[in-house]
Design a protein around this ligand. Structure first.
Ligand SMILES: Cc1cc2nc3c(=O)[nH]c(=O)nc-3n(C[C@H](O)[C@H](O)[C@H](O)COP(=O)(O)OP(=O)(O)OC[C@H]3O[C@@H](n4cnc5c(N)ncnc54)[C@H](O)[C@@H]3O)c2cc1C
Length: 488
């Protein structure tokens, strides 16, 4: 096993931040071009939180790192191409720690795309179908590159919302949705836009892979690739920042976890040949999602994060209710019990998927049993908004009785704050901090974005729950009915 000096292996937080600083990035936030997110007041908090995750892997290598099969260097275990249930458990333990450290508030920590590309590369046989051997080989090489250099990726799958009632090719003369324009000497030229790329200011590279089914005649929209964020012609327009330029005491989550979302514009971007994974085949475009078991793998990461987020929500609910003593009322207990039940069913769903995991087809790829994931994928967009509602019902007006850190520092106000903002079992400062933390989860701008994210980041709940019905095994349930419809 050769060790190479050209790869970094698992990076530190400082290496990660250094990689984000570049004059060549075309990322816009509130009218300003961002060249260094790590020092920008509206981005530095999230940059620091992500850097912390990179450092974490060096603090606990046993949990977070594995040996690269190619370089022998330590790399993130979330790049593993699982070949056993143990592998699934190992990467889930790492992802749970990542999600715990961010209270589940950052949906697109880099492990998300690490799972995706590990699963794609493990099933390069699927990508190689219909003569796409070169694309498949490019993808395998790319997964090694991102693994061995610990790259942070963003991805963009969904075309802009011009007209959802017609196919991509029929919207705005087919020009808005991302599409191939022509072959070039070194690759292909692409143009158009994609609706969102979360984590864009904190990513080294951008990945494009299928997000919707295409008609067979719409080959120019069937493109998959990954390119550096600095690629000429690539432009990102961010939404408003929900990071608050205040002390973390006042907004503990908004100051840390605004992972940012951006629209991606491809203004005649040349994709080099070696970065093209699929070019022009709508049939394969569908199959690389279904037949690589991507759904099972990615929901493994997504539900591990949801588990952490619900656990945090339950912790918040319990802390608030205990501070003011409302947890002695049985209907408050019922609300907290409902919160706990959601987290416990999520945990159970993750463990059940691992327990039922299996070797896929004739390959080494080890796949979670997706049944509980398909169920949770439809339910979670309803559960997390419900968790937020439950916390509001438990906290009542207490969210509004929350002086700022500056108020606490004011000597004239402090005696009255200490007297009138105390709780049954906590002084005014502890009560206020707990309620401010909870507000940042249920009511701040970042909280609102988080709720929207949960409703939509894996498509919508309606279509996902409908898909659960379509995918459900109906044989045994039907037989239970049939036994009573037969003549004795
Ligand atoms: C905070 C946030 C972050 C995101 N980050 C990313 C990211 O990093 N990368 C990425 O690729 N995507 C990202 N997304 C986009 C996400 O994938 C989409 O929001 C999701 O696929 C839903 O698509 P849409 O938003 O275009 O909504 P639409 O599809 O336009 O849906 C709007 C409404 O119309 C209904 N509807 C639309 N079409 C149909 C249909 N055919 N049948 C029935 N009902 C329909 C929907 O149910 C919904 O009620 C993010 C979204 C959010 C909110």
């Amino acid at each position: 096993m050769a060790t190479t000096q050209e790869t970094t292996g698992a990076r530190t937080g400082e290496q990660f931040l250094a990689g984000l600083r570049s004059e060549e990035r075309d990322i816009w936030l509130e009218g300003e071009r961002i060249t260094d997110p790590s020092s920008h007041p509206k981005l530095e908090g999230a940059a620091r939180s992500l850097a912390r995750l990179f450092d974490l892997q060096h603090e606990d290598p046993e949990t977070f790192l594995m040996e690269s099969p190619d370089t022998g260097q330590p790399v993130s275990v979330t790049h593993v191409q699982p070949t056993s249930r143990k592998d699934l458990e190992r990467r889930r333990i790492a992802s749970k720690r990542i999600a715990d450290a961010t209270a589940g508030m950052m949906g697109r920590t880099p492990d998300y795309l690490n799972y995706t590309f590990a699963c794609f590369a493990a099933r390069s046989d699927v990508w190689a179908r219909y003569g796409n051997e070169e694309g498949a080989a490019n993808l395998v090489a790319y997964q090694k590159l991102m693994r061995d250099n610990d790259l942070s990726l963003t991805h963009t799958l969904i075309n802009p919302q011009v007209d959802r009632s017609v196919p991509e090719a029929e919207q705005a003369a087919g020009e808005v949705s991302l599409h191939k324009v022509e072959d070039t000497e070194n690759g292909i030229l692409v143009r158009g836009a994609r609706m969102l790329a979360t984590l864009a200011p904190f990513a080294d590279e951008l990945a494009v892979y299928p997000g919707s089914d295409l008609r067979l005649q719409d080959g120019k929209y069937a493109i998959c690739f990954a390119i550096p964020m600095t690629t000429p012609g690539l432009r990102f327009i961010c939404r408003d920042s929900f990071s608050v330029d205040r002390d973390a005491w006042d907004y503990p989550l908004s100051t840390r976890f605004d992972e940012m979302d951006a629209v991606v514009i491809f203004d005649d971007v040349e994709i080099p040949q070696e970065r093209i994974f699929l070019d022009g085949d709508p049939q394969l475009h569908t199959e690389v999602i279904t037949d690589t078991h991507w759904r099972a793998h990615i929901i493994h990461q997504a539900m591990t994060r949801a588990w952490a987020k619900l656990e945090f929500a339950f912790g918040l609910g319990h802390t608030m209710a205990d501070l003011t003593g409302v947890n002695r009322f049985d209907h408050v207990q019922e609300k907290l019990g409902e919160l706990w039940s959601m987290l416990e069913l999520t945990r159970a769903g993750v463990i059940a998927a691992e327990a039922g995991s299996f070797r896929a087809e004739d390959t080494d790829d080890w796949v979670p049993d997706e049944r509980s994931f398909v169920a949770l994928r439809g339910l979670m967009p309803k559960w997390i908004p419900r968790a937020i509602e439950l916390l509001q019902l438990v906290g009542g007006g207490g969210f509004m009785a929350t002086p700022s850190k500056a108020d606490f520092a004011n000597e004239a106000l402090r005696p009255e704050i200490d007297k009138y903002f105390q709780a049954r079992n906590a002084d005014a400062e502890r009560r206020t901090r707990a309620y401010r933390l909870a507000w940042d989860f249920v009511g701040s701008a970042l909280a609102g974005r988080g709720e929207l994210y949960e409703r939509f980041y894996l498509s919508d709940s309606f279509r996902m729950t409908a898909l659960a019905y379509v995918l459900a095994d109906k044989e045994h349930p039907t037989e239970l009915v049939e036994q009573f419809l037969r003549d004795e």
